[in-house]
Structures are given as structure tokens and as C-alpha cells.
Design a protein around this ligand. Sequence first.
Ligand SMILES: [Zn+2]
Length: 90
Amino acid sequence: MVEVECLLCEKPLKLPKDFDSEDYDGEAVCQECQSLFHIKIVKSKVRKYRIVERKFGPLPAGVMVEIFKAVAEAKRKQGLEAQEREREEK
Ligand SMILES: [Zn+2]
């Protein structure tokens, strides 16, 4: 089961009923701050994750940096292994 944390408040996202933790490409809403995200999961790995609609107030400049860092960190964690696997399949 994939747990996706909100990029803004770090609470788990409320995933839709049809959410498939192995393959999913769609939207999810944060249960805490109600921000809307688009996530793409392939083989239980988060491949894309972006903010569609932010319900927080304006972000302080530093927060965007933190978000980019969080995304970079998530990508690093998922590792090159998954990317290589995908490349082989193409
Ligand atoms: Zn949130």
C-alpha cells in the first residue's frame, strides 16, 4: 500500500475509492489542507507528484524550495532501479 503525504502539510492524502496502489494516475486531495494533487504511481512507485490546486495561503519563498527538495528526495529514494526497469520495458 502506497502512502502519499501531502507536499504542503505532510498529512496523508485522501486517496480515491478507485485508487490502485500499484498503478494510479489521477488526483488526490489532502485530508488536512484540502489541496489537490496529481499523482502517478507505476508499480507501487510514485513517479509523478505535483500540486494542482493549493488551498494553503501563499507559500513563503522557502517552502517552494522545501517542496523541490522533498520531490528530489522522493525520486532519490525510489532509486534509479525503477527507472532502469522502465527503460528496459520500452
Ligand atoms: Zn495538506
